[in-house]
Design a protein around this ligand. Structure first.
Ligand code: GP9
Ligand code: MN
Length: 625
């Protein structure tokens, strides 16, 4: 019967390969499908990819064509299978660097029996058919005229392009942000993901190879002249030996803090907490495409994020002198808690590079219909509640980062969880934002209670910081309605302020600072509170409790703010009044320096320069001088 088949071999092979890949994506890999568009993309993609690859066959002579189809099927299947085995072990997809680190595959070998399942045999059935047809059935070998070849190739390509367009609609900036391997595989398929991954990592490798240790001296010199403090703050060491509980408040912006909706405060708990804490009201986020992950990166390293990629994704193989690593040398254990997929933002890989000891990701939490809130899964209230048992079991002192999730775009949630009204502007996003912010405020309040009950509160300092904006300038009109003013480029910069609260239980003094500050300042500030002040650290921020500080906060696009000015859109504004200034000298003074500083930070990352630098005297740091 098989010899009667007269359909083109390349097409049969492509369809079979597409089909088995689809079955694998849909039923074997545990990819979460959230909407019909994702479902559609997942269906189109395996066929689109298989078609484009197998279509190359039409350009080949019969013998080559047979070989090409046979070996493409075989190699494609092997790639699928290796990924499957890896996925069964790590619930993640292979990346080039992990492939090159053979230790991962050692782990695989150890559990081979568990990784291979009887049903896997189905993955290989099409190979038998394709090999048989190639050998025995000449009817399946095609030979088209030039036009036919072109038409078939164009058709295959357009299906793939359609796939990518749909993917871009589903996840804008998917390629630029590359935020999650699972999303990439879901949207562009495993094979295109591998190509993408190889391109990114090769680029990174080349830049790394080109770098040598000489550049770091220049940067070190720049930092000691411009970005380090010669002053010791009065609060240095005030929290020595205490736990640090850092809360990354998703999408929380400062503008909501003192606002009300129909007479109800949006953040009653945070407002009260600010009265009992140190609070920085002019604290700016400095993130870029990497969003939350950029905020984590800046916080841990006091370096800038990258201009056109998420550094968590592109440079997770670098050496860093991150806060978790430094404090480990001072007896600290570190952990991150986050109720989302561990590979999101490549966290599972990057956290190792930053020196975190533990990562409690989604799989450590019980996520059910009851505790899901909004679009992102586990609600913050349940997240904190379920985290306490892990926190209680961490050796103290610990440094922890709790990354909240509910207050995330699109800021929707079931109204049964809402405690205040929505806004009534022309933006649904902004309208819902106040409700999800309130939910987070309540979740943090409950967490404080839980910390007290667990006996951890007194022994800890709690730092709360917004990670980045939640409402983009796309919503300026609605924002203008809410804030009752026209939103100018100056306001857009001012809207990049996120709350930053340092709460030290039992510490009498409280204060709201109006000086400018940014995420790069977090690392030196927190370390100083703990009494850990490494002399040889390379950071672009300074301890916020000193006055000998760099006079500006730089943004990734070269904009910046100083105490007196806001520089954006090539315009110099008065920071306090928002007036456009004729005399731009106050801004001109720093323009070049800001760009230079950003470039230095990039050079550290692109060249992996810290591998040439010896941070070893952390241990010897003496705080008694
Ligand atoms: C995802 C969460 C949100 O795990 O941290 O990421 P974001 O989109 O804000 O970068
Ligand atoms: Mn975020």
């Amino acid at each position: 019967m098989l010899h009667r088949i007269n359909k083109p071999l390349f097409l049969i092979a492509a369809l079979l390969f597409g089909f088995k890949t689809y079955i694998l994506y849909r039923f074997v890999f545990n990819l979460s499908i959230e909407n019909p568009l994702q479902e559609l993309i997942l269906l189109i993609n395996p066929f689109a990819t298989a078609l484009i690859i197998f279509t190359f066959a039409v350009w080949m002579k019969p013998e080559r064509q047979k070989k090409f189809v046979k070996y493409t099927t075989l190699i494609g299947t092997i790639i699928l299978y290796v990924n499957l085995a890896y996925y069964r072990n790590f619930t993640d997809f292979i990346t080039l660097p992990t492939l090159l680190q053979f230790k991962n595959f050692g782990d695989l070998g150890a559990s081979a029996a568990y990784l291979v399942k009887p049903g896997d045999i189905f993955l290989f059935l099409d190979i038998i058919l394709v090999f048989y047809l190639a050998k025995k059935n000449e009817n399946t070998i095609v030979s088209f005229k030039q036009k036919g070849k072109m038409a078939i190739s164009a058709l295959s390509l357009s299906i793939l392009v359609a796939n990518f367009v749909l993917a871009e609609i589903e996840r804008p900036n998917l390629f630029l942000r590359s935020f999650d391997r699972e999303y990439l595989v879901k949207n562009i398929g495993l094979f295109n993901y591998h190509i993408y991954d190889v391109v990114i990592h090769s680029k990174t490798k080349v830049q790394r190879v080109m770098a040598d240790g000489s550049e770091i001296e220049e940067i070190e010199h720049y930092i000691s002249e411009n970005a380090s403090s010669n002053e010791k703050s009065d609060l240095s060491g005030i929290a020595e030996g205490k736990n640090v509980i850092f809360i990354t408040a998703e999408s929380l912006q400062t503008f909501v803090l003192d606002k009300e909706v129909n007479g109800e405060p949006i953040t009653p708990f945070l407002n009260k907490l600010i009265e009992e804490s140190y609070y920085f009201e002019n604290f700016y986020h400095q993130t870029n495409l990497g969003k939350t992950s950029d905020s984590e990166f800046i916080t841990a390293n006091s370096l800038y994020p990258l201009p056109n990629a998420s550094v968590f994704f592109t440079h997770a193989q670098n050496e860093y002198n991150a806060m978790p690593k430094i404090i480990k040398e001072h007896g600290y254990t570190s952990a991150v808690f986050h109720g989302n997929n561990k590979s999101f933002w490549n966290r599972d890989v990057m956290y190792d590079a930053l020196g975190f000891d533990h990562f409690f990701s989604e799989r450590f939490y019980h996520v059910s219909e009851e505790n899901k809130v909004g679009d992102w899964g586990l609600g913050d209230k349940s997240f904190f509640e379920q985290s306490i048992k892990y926190l209680e079991n961490l050796p103290q002192p610990f440094y922890t980062n709790f990354i909240t999730l509910t207050n995330h775009h699109p800021f929707t949630m079931d109204q049964k969880y809402a405690s205040i009204d929505k806004l009534e502007t022309n933006s649904r996003t902004l309208n819902g934002y106040v409700q999800t912010v309130r939910y987070m405020d309540e979740a943090i309040e409950q967490f404080f209670e839980q910390l007290k009950q667990a006996g951890l509160y007194e022994e800890s300092i709690i730092v709360i910081a917004g990670d980045h904006y939640g409402i983009s300038d796309y919503h300026n009109r609605a924002m203008g309605m809410f804030l009752e003013k026209d939103i100018t480029p100056y306001d857009n910069v001012q809207l990049q302020r996120v709350p930053m609260i340092i709460h030290i239980p039992d510490h009498e003094e409280t204060k709201t600072f109006d000086k400018i500050a940014g995420q790069v300042d977090l690392k030196p500030t927190i370390l100083s509170l703990l009494g850990i002040e490494p002399e040889d650290d390379i950071t672009f921020g300074t301890d916020l409790f000193t006055n000998d500080r760099k006079p500006y906060v730089a943004f990734r696009n070269g904009d910046f703010v100083t105490e007196n000015y806001v520089f954006t859109n090539d315009t110099c504004y008065d920071r306090l009044t928002g007036e456009i200034l004729e005399d731009t000298s106050g801004c001109d003074e720093y323009k070049d320096q800001v760009l230079l500083e950003l470039e230095y930070s990039d050079r550290i990352i692109y060249g992996d320069l810290f591998r040439f630098y010896n941070f070893s005297d952390n241990e010897e740091t003496n705080n008694d001088e």
